[in-house]
Write a protein that binds this ligand. Structure first.
Ligand SMILES: [Cu+2]
Length: 494
């Protein structure tokens, strides 16, 4: 195993070229060794409790308690964690488009936190970003109307400089939005039976089975990755399949890992939704790249009744060339989730041919262009993560955006690593990647887009709903170590 520490020579020379050479030399080869003392047999996949809230004067109210706890990932080991209404992660919140929801978020930690509703269009005051901190013992009760379409969203800590450790500890959960259209479609939709939440994460454990947040210099640069894969907090999970079609709501909830997901027997599957909702039609594929923050809903056909493993396969990445492959465009290899069909009691209806009716995204007639350059420079303690030359400052609004105006945001990555770029309060469309049309699975609604090294992604974006000249929203890299290091900016909508 090579050392994680860059040599003095590497530290002194801080160009991207040196960075690439160091990678080629194996200095950044991340150790993936499991501790022999930590063991567990395969376990049933934990399905998070479904929380539909309670209706109070026409408002759907959720009570969410952020708290410390201990979790049994391994046999006979209590691991210190954090969770929401539980010891690790939180319930799946279910709601419908048009609902007014209120979240009573209680901070039971000894430190400040913030809880962000990732993917939602909502007033800036309700967003749960760094400006809506919750002090220990305090209750924060944002209220907003659900204007997003049927989709899989999520919620997670967004505490300034502390997002990475708090999400690592477990402050995250899924949200399912339904709408009339999605209800009318014959899609697998029985929660925990053929409609399965799949929160994909990896964690690093000490010999005694703890998972303190203690990233090495390497991890601060590359994003923290672990050697233990988990789904919904279950290590070595299996799921007993009882239907011929199974819908998996995939979330990459990792701090720093990009996953290239595929099945162990190479079978194809259909992607039916991206971050913000249903695609126009199912897209058949054999592998799906998902970066931190992104969601995808897929449907897999299990009618052959064969056991199969959902895996993250080691990948050289796509589109980023040599550097993109080595420096984060690819990802670690993991066995995530074993699907075990028993006697398939139910034959599912076949997938609808048409799922949605999104118009094609077009740049025609759009005059307002904003440019964002994702910049990574330096080595080790001198590493800098910037957007347009700036690191995140709470009192600096980087961009002022006019409500109701179509804009093109050009996001270019001049650094050596791929960065998932997330924008709050919007679902945007990808126009092109280095001038080429995106893949069919990326033609739908998105709030996070992976920008490979040496890539320029153009997106079509528009903010239709709320204005606030004082309270900003965030845009940032969703590799949480990069976000915490300042690869984040702020915009207001006026
Ligand atoms: Cu990044």
């Amino acid at each position: 195993m090579k050392s994680d520490n860059p040599s003095r020579r590497d530290v002194l020379k801080s160009s991207a070229a040196t960075f690439a050479l160091a990678a080629a030399g194996g200095i950044f080869a991340a150790p993936h060794t499991a501790h022999a003392a930590l063991a567990t047999n395969p376990k049933p996949l934990q399905i998070p409790p479904l929380e539909v809230g309670r209706i109070l004067d026409g408002v759907r109210v959720y009570d969410l308690a952020i708290q410390p706890g201990t979790t049994g990932f391994f046999d006979g080991v209590d691991t210190k964690t954090m969770g929401i209404n539980g010891s690790f992660l939180g319930p799946v919140l279910r709601m419908s488009t048009g609902d007014t929801v209120r979240m009573n978020v209680t901070n039971g930690l000894r430190e400040n936190t913030a809880l962000h509703w990732h993917g939602f269009t909502l007033p800036a005051m309700m967003d749960g970003g760094p400006h809506q901190q919750i002090e220990p013992g305090a209750v924060w009760s944002p209220e907003f109307k659900v204007v997003n379409k049927a989709s899989t969203m999520w919620y997670h800590s967004h505490q300034l400089h502390k997002t990475a450790p708090q999400v690592w500890a477990g402050i995250a959960g899924l949200i399912m939005i339904d709408d009339e259209h999605s209800n009318s479609l014959d899609l697998p939709s029985t929660y925990g039976v053929d409609d399965i939440p799949v929160v994909l994460q990896d964690r690093d454990f000490t010999r005694s089975g703890q998972m303190p947040y203690s990233p090495s210099m390497h991890s601060r640069m590359m994003g923290l990755t672990g050697n233990v894969a988990m789904v919904n907090g279950t290590v070595r999970p299996f799921f007993d399949v009882t239907t011929s079609l199974v819908r998996l709501r995939l979330l990459n909830g990792a701090n720093g890992s990009i996953y290239t997901l595929a099945f162990s027997d190479g079978r194809s599957f259909d992607q039916i939704a991206s971050d913000g909702g249903l695609l126009n039609a199912p897209v058949q594929m054999r592998a799906l790249r998902l970066s931190p923050g992104e969601r995808a809903e897929i449907v897999v056909d299990m009618s052959d009744a064969r056991t199969v493993m959902l895996q993250s396969v080691a990948s050289t990445g796509g589109g980023g060339g040599m550097m993109g492959g080595m420096m984060g465009g690819g990802g670690p290899a993991f066995d995530f989730l074993e699907l075990r069909p028993g006697d398939l009691a139910q034959t599912s209806p076949s997938l609808p041919v048409t799922l949605a009716n999104l118009p094609p995204a077009s740049a025609q007639g759009v005059n307002k262009v904003r440019k964002f350059e994702l910049q990574m420079s330096g080595m080790g303690p001198f590493a800098k993560f910037r957007i347009n030359g700036e690191t995140m400052k709470m009192n600096r609004v980087n961009e002022i955006v006019e409500k109701g105006v179509d804009e093109i945001w050009e996001v270019s990555n001049t650094g050596p690593m791929a960065h998932p770029f997330h924008i709050h309060n919007t679902q945007f469309r990808i126009l092109d990647r280095n001038g080429r049309a995106p893949g069919a699975g990326e033609l739908g609604l998105k709030d996070t887009v992976l920008v490979d090294a040496n890539e320029r992604v153009r997106i079509l974006i528009r903010f239709d709903h709320y204005t606030d000249p004082d309270v900003p929203y965030m845009y940032h890299c969703h590799i949480l170590e990069h976000e915490d290091a300042g690869m984040m900016g702020q915009f207001t909508v006026v």
